[in-house]
Design a protein around this ligand. Structure first.
Ligand code: HEC
Length: 152
């Protein structure tokens, strides 16, 4: 039922300015989005569920995380087992939001973009794949994927 709730959020969100990009250039610093997209802090457990779910995130179709309880994990994208050591939360946020802003032509889908989406039916125009809260949940989950857990 979670998708139904997400859909409701998306429908409400898309009733406004459908062509306005969700992320403004002013929010991007270098290769990162420093400010969280929502006021509610991300929840890592929900992030893991989204990451593993084949209905919502689809992340495991292309990425692997060692020790994750998922039947089959893909290797189209980089292994994310220790991604928290490589990328900051702000860098993770931009990559999940829209990898095209880091590297045009990237294979990684743009999860929080509602403009210039190709192969999207008329009924789905203005929709994002993940909600802003979903993005925050996954950012926290991935930022905790480190060799050594610390308080930083
Ligand atoms: C269709 C395959 C595919 C899917 C699905 C996918 N990714 Fe990716 N991802 C990639 C590829 C490929 C790259 C490397 C950059 C590129 O060339 O696109 C990447 C890069 C990344 C990176 C940067 C890793 C690094 O080491 O720099 C992160 C973080 C990431 N993806 C997270 C996610 C998350 C979270 C999801 C699900 C919400 C997801 N990806 C879904 C293919 C995918």
């Amino acid at each position: 039922m979670r998708w139904l709730a997400s859909l409701a959020v998306i429908v409400i969100a898309s009733c406004g300015a459908s062509e306005t990009p969700l992320i403004q250039n002013s929010q991007i610093t270098g290769d990162a989005i420093e400010q969280p997209l929502t006021a509610v802090p991300g929840d890592p457990e929900s992030g893991q569920t989204l990451f593993t779910s084949r209905d919502e995130g689809h992340c495991v179709l292309c990425h692997q995380i060692d020790g994750l309880d998922a039947e089959f994990q893909g290797n189209v994208g980089p292994d994310l087992t220790l991604v928290g050591d490589r990328l900051s939360s702000s860098q993770l946020r931009l990559r999940i939001v829209d990898y095209q802003l880091v590297q045009p032509g990237a294979l990684m889908p743009s999860y929080y973009r509602n403009h210039d989406l190709y192969q999207v039916g008329e009924a789905f125009r203005g929709e994002t794949i993940l909600s802003a809260q979903d993005v925050e949940d996954i950012v926290v989950y991935l930022s905790e994927r480190k060799a050594k857990q610390d308080d930083a």
